[in-house]
Each structure stands twice: as structure tokens, then as C-alpha cells.
Design a binder for this molecule. Structure first.
Ligand code: TYM
Length: 342
């Protein structure tokens, strides 16, 4: 039997944030370090997804390379045969399968996607691209082409993952066993040892997600921020007036966010960090401690990043992209035959 596949993608539309790192990169890198051999691990740059909303195209190549360096610096074992890195647009089957799946997808189901509703609300009608609208179909193709079972993503991508299961099931119902349906989302959380999807919040406005495309970036810790600047962002994080630290996402979202960041970036359990801080009243001391954890992490991460070997990345890309084209083309051919194109 072929190995089960763990797969995720991180867009190259801006510098990555600690939200991307904690929500998607760390879980897949941990799996790659501990379980490659047992699983195939695919980490790719969805470059075709980069401009569903406007970007500076002159920066895209540099940004793609930077994402790949971040993958390596996060500890992805590039020398492992079951670990693959690749660029989506180098595997044309992504676009071809998307078109086919588009024709089995309802306008209504795409219009209900929360991310589409949020992003399109910020744009005037003629700037909302068709690409933004059918983005989840391309994402489904990304997953289904490689028969992936496990897809570590942050909480904001849960709906897209559920759509992937829906469209795969729909195709299988109509055409027979055609596509591997990824595991239900709760099963995925179980696999990655989590209770639910992660959503790191913006430090300035802890009611919203920390996002790499945020206009001001004031509440966003980018992986490229200087450690002292990242610490300053933590020190000026919005908290509350309860004046008692408690892990309470509903009533104390700012404090809870900082407790989560502290646990995840220091590799300690949430219970342990909560036990240390809950009940304490001095927010200043707490923020200082979180700022220290964040800047120590940034310092260590950025020094590793500086040593990443671009040559090794390019060599791995070339090899992985050849292997990925084979896998993806095999799935595409199965689908083409099923729908009568071959
Ligand atoms: P993207 O590039 O916006 O984000 C990459 C990953 O980071 C997670 N993430 C977060 N997790 C926790 N807290 C946050 N504040 C936070 N911000 C971002 C996202 O959930 C995501 O897992 N559509 C995807 C990219 C993609 C993909 C795929 C992922 C394209 N094809 C196939 C998996 C499989 C996206 O926009 O991610």
C-alpha cells in the first residue's frame, strides 16, 4: 500500500507571520521530522493562489524563494526522500483539475465561503476577482491531486477543507472510487494532537485573525521582524480591563492569545503555561515574559534562516517537482478518463 500523505501549502503573498508558522508550518515540520518514512510529507508554495487579491508582482519570485527558505529554517528535513517541496504552478495538473472540479461546484457553495465573504467585502465589485471566488476549488485540487489524507491548516481554512471533502465525495459518488477523501477535520485535529484549529489573533485587535495581508501590520508579528520590534509589538498588545490573567477566549481574547503564543513558541504545554500565569494580576510582567519568549524565538529562527543553503533548496525543488508531476498527472488522468475526456 502506498504511504498516506500529509500535505499543506503556504501562500507567498507577503512575509509569513507567526500565525502561519504556528498554524501550519510547525505541525507539518514536526510530522516530517518525526514520521517521514511512515508518511509522505508535501509542503508547497501555492503560487497561483498568491494574487487572488492584488499584490506587487515584481516581488513574487523573491517571496516564493523566501517562503521556501522559511520552510527549511523551520526544520523541514530536505534530505528525506519522503519529504517534498514544490511550487504549484510548476505542476500544470493543478490548473487542469481545477477547471474540471469547477464544473461540479455550485456558485452558491462558493459564495457561502466565509473567507470569500470577508475578503470581497473589502473590495469594490469590479476588483473582486473570479480567482478569489473559486479559490477553494484550486485548493481542493492541490489536496486531491496527491491523495492527501492529512492537511494541517489554521482554523480559517477549515471550511475550505470541508469543501475539499465534499467535492471529492461528490465526484466519487458520480464516477466511482476516484479521489482520496481527506479525513474529517476533527480526526485531523486528533492526528496533529490538537483540540481544534488554531487561530492566532492580531495583537492590536484580538477579535480578528493575525493576517499577513493586514494593512498596518502593527498587530502582526512577521517572521522577518527584528526581535526587538516583535517584542515591542507584544508589549503594546491590546488586553482588557479585567486585571486578572485567565485563559478565556471569549472574555479575554487578548490575554488568551498571548498565553497561546507563549506556550507554542516555547514548546511548553498550554496547561503548564496557564498554571504559571492564571490568577496573576500584573499584565506588564506577563507581557514582558511573552515578549522575551517571542524575541528569543525570532533570534534563534532568524539565525538559522541566515544559514539556509539556496542551492540545496533549488536541487530539492527540481527533484520534487519531477516526482510531483508524476503523481499529479496520474490522478488527473484518472479524472479525465472518468469524465470522458480520455
Ligand atoms: P495562507 O497562506 O493564508 O496561510 C497559510 C497557513 O497559515 C494558517 N494561518 C494561521 N493559523 C493560525 N493563526 C493565524 N493567525 C493564521 N494565519 C494563517 C492558515 O490557516 C494556513 O494553514 N488557502 C491556503 C493555502 C493553500 C493550501 C492549499 C493549504 C492553498 N492550497 C492546500 C493547504 C492545502 C491559505 O490561504 O493559506
Amino acid at each position: 500500500m502506498s504511504k498516506r500523505v500529509i500535505l499543506t501549502g503556504i501562500r507567498a503573498n507577503n512575509d509569513l507571520t507567526i500565525g502561519n508558522y504556528l498554524g501550519a508550518l510547525l505541525p507539518i515540520v514536526d510530522m516530517a521530522k518525526e514520521r517521514a518514512g511512515e508518511y509522505r510529507v508535501n509542503l508547497f508554495v501555492p503560487d497561483l493562489h498568491s494574487f487572488t487579491t492584488p499584490i506587487d508582482h515584481s516581488q513574487l519570485q523573491a517571496q516564493i524563494m523566501q517562503n521556501l527558505r522559511v520552510f527549511a529554517a523551520a526544520g523541514l528535513p530536505l534530505d528525506h526522500d519522503d519529504v517534498h517541496i514544490y511550487r504549484q504552478s510548476y505542476i500544470p495538473a493543478h490548473s487542469e483539475l481545477t477547471w474540471i472540479l469547477d464544473c461540479f461546484t455550485g456558485m452558491g457553495e462558493m459564495g457561502r465561503m466565509t473567507q470569500f465573504k470577508d475578503k470581497s467585502a473589502k473590495l469594490s465589485e469590479d476588483r473582486i476577482s473570479v480567482g478569489l471566488f473559486n479559490y477553494p476549488v484550486l485548493m481542493a485540487a492541490d489536496i486531491l491531486l496527491y491523495n492527501a489524507s492529512y492537511v494541517p491548516v489554521g482554523e480559517d481554512q477549515t471550511q475550505h477543507l470541508e469543501f475539499t471533502r465534499d467535492i471529492a465525495t461528490r465526484m466519487n459518488n458520480q464516477f466511482g472510487e476516484l479521489l482520496t477523501v481527506p479525513l474529517p477535520v476533527p480526526k485531523q485535529h486528533e492526528f496533529f494532537g490538537k483540540e481544534q484549529g488554531l487561530r492566532i489573533k492580531d495583537l492590536q485587535d484580538p477579535t480578528k485573525k493575525m493576517s499577513k495581508s493586514d494593512e498596518t501590520g502593527k498587530g502582526v508579528v512577521f517572521m522577518s521582524d527584528k526581535p526587538e520590534d516583535a517584542a515591542k509589538k507584544v508589549m503594546s498588545a491590546t488586553t482588557d480591563s479585567v486585571n486578572k490573567i485567565s485563559f478565556d477566549p471569549k472574555n479575554q481574547p487578548g490575554i488568551t492569545n498571548l498565553l497561546q503564543i507563549m506556550a507554542l513558541l516555547s514548546g511548553r504545554s498550554q496547561q503548564e503555561v496557564n498554571a504559571e500565569w492564571e490568577g496573576k494580576e500584573r499584565y506588564g510582567d506577563f507581557k514582558n515574559a511573552v515578549a522575551e519568549v517571542v524575541s528569543a524565538f525570532m533570534l534563534q529562527f532568524q539565525s538559522t534562516l541566515a544559514t539556509v543553503d539556496d542551492g540545496a533548496i533549488l536541487q530539492k525543488l527540481q527533484h520534487s517537482e519531477a516526482v510531483m508531476n508524476e503523481t499529479a498527472n496520474a490522478t488527473l488522468l484518472r479524472v479525465q478518463k472518468a469524465v470522458g475526456l480520455r
